[in-house]
Every structure is written in C-alpha cells, then in structure tokens.
Design a protein around this ligand. Structure first.
Ligand SMILES: [Zn+2]
Ligand SMILES: [Zn+2]
Length: 248
C-alpha cells in the first residue's frame, strides 16, 4: 500500500517526544537528503543534471560544508557554477537592460515578488530561490501533510496520539491551520480546530512557564531549587517559535 511509506514516519514522529512532530519529520528528511546528495549519487548523471540546474540554498550549502565530503561538494558547486555562468552569459547578451530598472525593489526582500519581464532578473531570482535539497524535502513533506490528514480521518487512535503531543512549532501549526480546509469537510474541520487550537495554546503556555522557571533559576533565591522540566527550555522554546526549518 502506497500510504504505508508515509504512514510509518508520521506515526513515529508523533510517538517521539518533541516540540513539533513536523520538525522531527523535516529534520530526518533533511539529513537523509544531505546524505543522499553527498553520497555516491552525486556522480550519477540524473542527479548531477538536477544539482547543476538548481544548486542549493545557503543553509544547505552550509550544512553540506560541515559533512566530510569537501570533494563531492566542490565538484557539484563547480559544475553548477559553469552551468549558471553559461546561462547568465547568454541571457546577458540577449536581454537589454530595462529602461526603468526594477532594482532595488526586485532584489530587496520586501519588494521581491519574483515578477519581472527582464530575463536576467528572472533567471537570477530563480537561481537564488532554487535548492535541490529543499525541493526533495518539500515533495516528501507535502505527502506527510496529506498522510497526517488521511490518518486523522481514518484512524481514531491517531487522533488520540495527536491530542497527547506537545503541539507544533508556529510554522507547522500554520501549515495545519491553513491546509485543513483542503482535506476535511465542515464537521471534520470544526472537530479538528477544536482539538489543535487549544492544544497549541496550552503548549505555548506550558513552554512560557518552563522558560519562566529557567529565568528564575538565574536568581540566587532559586539556585537550590530543582530544574523541573526547564533545563532545556531555551532550545525547545526557540524551536517552538522558529521551527527547525525555514522553507517547509
Ligand atoms: Zn515544526
Ligand atoms: Zn535548501
């Protein structure tokens, strides 16, 4: 059964203690994708065609730099660079600069909508926003979200599992909150929100209190008190607010 491939990791993530089961899923996908990309596969033609075309985002270049395969990364970067250089050169010859430049709004974060008729700008925008690893993660991650809702509808014990989890990071709570209407009918939807909204708010409160106790522990009056659950409240609080992934 096709769903099985995705069901097992989703169930595992919800059975593992964390501040966000979707971040757990993301982290595993990310590490697998990095291992795959830096493994023997980068010498395979079909993978290399893709990495030449797409390259990687900065966080994934940085993560790969920390792995022990500088030669593999250098080879991929080198052929990606040649590919981009060639395309850019051709486009620069073909495209006359705009009379009225869309710079700086096109390249500034705020004004960048990705809409431009200038082919050079279009290409630079595309390269800046493409990443072989992010794309691999996104494809599977989307299936995990489908599977989450599939299990929610089909499996009562999964609902109980969700109710017992520590909520989600803000980003992935947002994913569930906004995509739920695509998967659930009106009745299912109101049941779903009735579960995940209080779950999320209660868990935000919990981590606020844990962080509060963490802060109090710096006060000499509380020095000898036990840490309770607060020893790692800071990294868990960061994960709760910022998630562990930027793009998914
Ligand atoms: Zn998350
Ligand atoms: Zn990336």
């Amino acid at each position: 059964m096709k769903e099985k491939i995705y069901t097992i990791p989703v169930l595992d993530a919800f059975q593992t203690e964390s501040e966000c089961p979707f971040c757990t899923l993301y982290n595993t996908l990310e590490q697998n994708s990095i291992n795959f990309t830096l493994g023997p596969s980068y010498m395979e033609n079909d993978v290399r065609i893709e990495t030449n075309k797409k390259g990687f985002c900065l966080p994934h270049y940085q993560m790969m730099s920390k792995e022990k395969n500088s030669l593999g990364l250098a080879l991929m970067l080198h052929t990606h660079m040649i590919h981009v250089h060639k395309n850019l050169n051709e486009l620069l010859k073909k495209q006359k600069p705009n009379k009225k430049s869309s710079f700086p709004s096109f390249f500034s974060k705020k004004g960048n909508t990705g809409v431009t008729e200038n082919l050079v700008e279009q290409y630079l925008h595309e390269i800046h926003n493409s990443c072989y690893i992010c794309e691999q993660i996104q494809n599977t991650f989307d299936r995990y979200v489908d599977t989450f809702f599939y299990l929610w509808k089909k499996d009562k014990s999964f609902i109980d599992l969700v109710k017992k989890c520590n909520g989600f990071c803000l980003q992935h709570f947002g994913v569930l909150y906004s995509t739920a209407p695509n998967f659930l009918n009106q009745i299912q939807l109101s049941d779903f929100y009735e579960c995940i909204i209080p779950l999320q708010l209660e868990n935000l409160k919990r981590i606020e209190e844990e962080l509060d106790w963490f802060i109090k522990k710096f006060d000499y009056r509380y020095e000898k008190e036990p840490w309770k659950n607060s020893k790692d409240a800071l990294p868990r609080g960061i994960l709760k607010m910022a998630g562990s992934s930027k793009k998914v």
